[in-house]
Every structure is written in structure tokens, then in C-alpha cells.
Design a protein around this ligand. Structure first.
Ligand SMILES: Nc1ncnc2c1ncn2[C@@H]1O[C@H](COP(=O)(O)OP(=O)(O)O)[C@@H](O)[C@H]1O
Ligand SMILES: [Mg+2]
Length: 259
């Protein structure tokens, strides 16, 4: 069993005393109508510039945890903090969190709701109150970065799944967030696009943006992440540098947290 369960890190590896940018503290969440808890005390810490993979089998609670980290779901117990400040769930608070923490949904169709690509990517910046000029600058930059700069006039419903995924990513990048949560986004992309998205994530990480990518693919985690967080049955069972977690993977996947 890897020693640092439920999101805790040893003090020595706290990135030289740098404070975490995102913290989820012992979150509990129960979907309406379900007898079991989707989150049973899940904790997580993410540091600036970190490339982290959130690994776990289907149904382990990855998407539910990410939805909490972005404020879409509110925990029954526990707390989410961004740059040390507790998340608040009023309109104003949520606007601020979503500016700082961008979530790319598992299904792009849950994310894209405007008629055109341009409208979709500009929604966030305009909603934050940026001028038309600034919104246009951000849209163009994010769209070019994601390789969808020539699709801006296209209707969103007429895009391929890979294009939708990249438009969804561009919509998040246009907010210029501190943290990007990407929920299984890699699965819908061909290998060339995957490489491009990983290059974008790497570039953002070098600029200090934290990226948390959920996946059930150990190979992807091994190839890309410098840190791996493992979920099982609604709880984070390990969080450590990638090599150490992967070395203990078999043991971890058998681990059941007893609450
Ligand atoms: N909208 C929902 N309503 C009811 N139960 C849900 C809903 N979404 C997820 N769940 C349940 O919550 C648990 C965690 O799911 P999820 O967070 O989607 O896991 P993962 O992303 O790791 O596959 C599962 O048991 C799943 O069936
Ligand atoms: Mg999921």
C-alpha cells in the first residue's frame, strides 16, 4: 500500500513550500435516489504547474470528484478550496471559481450548447465581462492553440467528436484558468490529436497551470503524468509521484477503504 492515502502528501514533497492551488478535503456526496455514496471522504491536492492523472476504474468517482472541484456539485460534507479560499456556491462565487478552475466534460455534448463554435468559445470570456475585443483575442488564441481556428463559423452540432472535444478545450482555455480538469477527454481523440492535446497541457503546465486528467488508462497516466492520484470506491487511495504509485498499482487496485 502506498503510504500517502486520501490525497495527503509527505511534507517534504510539498513543492518546496509552494501552496496548493486546488484542495478537496474529505468530500462526501450522494446522488439523489442512490443508497451508496459516490464520494466517501475523497481528498485531493494539486500544486501549480502539476501534471496529474486521476486514475481509477469506471464508477470509482472520478467524474463526481471533478464536478466538485469545479463547483458544479456541492459536497454534503467536506470543502473545496482554490488558492486557499473555500469555494462558495452563490452566483458570484461560482463565476469566480469557474474562471479559475476549468472543467472539460467527459462528453463534449454536455459542454457545447451555443449555436456556433465562435459563440461557444466566447461564452466564458463574455460572461466574465471582458470586452468584445478581449473576448475575440482570447477566442482566436485558444482556438488556434487547439487547432479549431478555422472552424469558428461552424455550427457546433455539425462537428466530429474529436473536433467537439477540441472546441470544448478551447472554451476552457479562453478563460485562462489556473487549473484545468479534463474528464476522460483523451478517449475521443485520434493519436495525432492526443499528442496535440498533451502538448497543449505540457505548455500550460510550464506556464504554471495545473492539469488534472481523469482516465482509467494506466498507460496514459504513465506516459504523461508526473503525479498520479488513484480513486477507488469514492475515495482517493493514493497520491504520489507517478513511478511510486505505478509500482504499487496491483496492491492499490485491491485496496478497499473501510469507512
Ligand atoms: N447522475 C448520477 N446519478 C446517480 N448516480 C450517479 C450519477 N453519476 C454518477 N453516479 C454514480 O456515482 C458513482 C461514481 O460515478 P462517476 O463519478 O461517474 O465515476 P467515474 O467517473 O470514475 O466512472 C457510480 O456508482 C455512478 O453510478
Ligand atoms: Mg467518469
Amino acid at each position: 500500500m502506498v503510504g500517502y492515502c486520501n490525497g495527503q502528501q509527505p511534507a517534504a514533497s510539498l513543492a518546496g513550500g509552494i501552496a496548493p492551488i486546488l484542495e478537496a478535503d474529505a468530500l462526501f456526496y450522494n446522488y439523489a435516489g442512490r443508497s451508496d455514496y459516490a464520494l466517501r471522504g475523497a481528498s485531493l491536492r494539486l500544486f501549480p504547474g502539476q501534471k496529474a492523472a486521476l486514475l481509477g476504474r469506471n464508477g470509482s468517482g472520478k467524474s463526481t470528484l471533478l464536478l466538485h472541484c469545479n463547483g458544479i456539485l456541492q459536497p454534503e460534507r467536506g470543502q473545496v478550496r482554490v488558492a486557499g479560499a473555500p469555494m462558495t456556491y452563490d452566483r458570484c462565487g461560482l463565476k469566480q471559481w469557474r474562471h479559475q478552475v476549468g472543467l472539460i466534460f467527459q462528453r463534449p455534448d454536455d459542454q457545447l450548447f451555443s449555436a456556433s463554435v465562435m459563440q461557444d468559445i466566447s461564452f466564458g470570456p463574455l460572461n466574465l465581462g471582458f470586452s468584445d475585443d478581449e473576448a475575440r483575442r482570447r477566442v482566436q488564441k485558444a482556438a488556434d492553440q487547439c487547432g479549431v481556428g478555422d472552424l469558428l463559423d461552424r455550427p457546433t452540432h455539425a462537428l466530429s467528436s474529436g473536433e467537439k472535444a477540441r472546441v470544448a478545450l478551447a472554451g476552457v482555455l479562453a478563460m485562462e484558468p489556473l487549473v484545468i480538469l479534463a474528464d476522460e477527454v483523451i478517449a475521443s481523440l485520434d493519436p495525432w490529436m492526443r499528442r496535440q492535446v498533451f502538448d497543449i497541457f505540457d505548455q500550460l503546465a510550464r506556464q504554471g497551470v495545473s492539469v488534472l486528467l481523469s482516465t482509467h488508462d494506466i498507460y496514459i497516466a504513465r506516459m504523461w503524468a508526473d503525479r498520479i492520484v488513484v480513486m477507488d470506491d469514492g475515495i482517493v487511495v493514493a497520491a504520489d509521484v507517478a513511478e511510486r504509485v505505478l509500482a504499487n498499482m496491483e496492491e492499490l487496485m485491491q485496496y478497499k477503504a473501510g469507512i
